[in-house]
Design a protein around this ligand. Sequence first.
Ligand SMILES: [Zn+2]
Length: 344
Amino acid sequence: MIRPDLLLHPTPKGLYCPPGDFYIDPVRGAVDRAVVTHGHADHARSGHGSVLATPDTIGIMAARYGEEFTATRQPLQFGEKHAVEINGVRVWFAPAGHILGSAQVVVDWKGLRIVNTGDYKRRQDPTCRRFEIVEGAHVFISEATFGLPVFRHPDDRGEIRKLLDSVRLFPEKTHLVGVYSLGKAQRVIALLREAGWDQPLYIHGALQKLCDHYESVGVKLGPLEPATLDKGQRGQSEKFRGQIILGPPSAFKDKWGQRFPDPILAFASGWMSVRQRAKQGGVELPLILSDHADWDELTQTIREVDPEELWITYGREDALVRWAELEGRKARPLRLVGYEDEGD
Ligand SMILES: [Zn+2]
C-alpha cells in the first residue's frame, strides 16, 4: 500500500494532494485548484482558479462572494457514480450533514482511499442531506470541533421547545435569537416551523441573502420579515412583543438589539453547553444546537467507518487521538491551522 501522506498531507495553505495537484479547503491565499467541502468562510474562500464543490456549495459561495468568486466552477453531485478524475486521482463527494451542500471528500488513488469529512454531524437536519458512511476508507480524516467527552449535545427538538416555552411564558418580551448566518439560521427557522411556529419570523438584514438562497433551492422557511425599525416612529417597536427575532450574535451585542422591547437574549450554538460562554455573552436562554458531531457522534462514526488509520483535525485533536489509541487504533493529529468554524 502507498503511504497515505503521499496522497494528502497538510501544508500551510491547507490539505494538499500532490499527484492530483489540488488543495482541499485551502485557507491561505488563492490556489489553482480547490476542492471545497462546504460554504463556511473558514473552508470556502474566493479567488481560486477553479472550485470543485457540490452545486449547493457553489451556489452558497456565489451568494456570499458574488458570481466572480472563482474563474472556473466545477459542480459535482453527491455519489461515487459522479466521481471525477483530477490528474489520475479520483474524487467524489458524500453527504456530511453539516449545512446545505456540505460534503465529505473521497479521494481514491492506486487502491488507497482517504475520506475527509470536512465539518459534519450525524443527526437529521431539515435543511440538508444526512451524513452517509463511506465504506472502505484506509484513512479517515475526522473533524474534532467538539472532541471532548464533556460535549454531548441534547436533542434539537427539546432545545427549540425551550425557546417556544419561553415565548409562551413571557408574551410581553421580545426573544432575540443569535444564529450564524449560514446554516444555523436556516436550521433554527426550519426547526421552529416543524415545532408548529407558523407566524412570521423576523430576521436581521445579514440573514436575508442566505435565507433567500435556501428558499430558492427548495428549503422551506415560511414567512420571514425584516426586523427593521424606522427612526422617529414611536411605538412601532411594540409589534415585536411576543415575537422571535433572529440575527447574527454580533448584532445583539450592539445597539441594534437594544431597540426591541424587553428583550430576552438567546443564542443557538454548540458552545452553549459551556455555561461560562453563555454567561460571558450575556445569554439568558442558551440553546445547545450544534452543526458539528458531539463526542458520541465522533466516536460512533470512527467505529462505524473503522479505518486503518485516523487523522484528526479542526478542533480538539488530542482527546480524540488518545481515545482512538486506547481503542487500539492508529491515530494522529493533523494540526491544520486557520480553521475556526463560523457556524458551530
Ligand atoms: Zn462549517
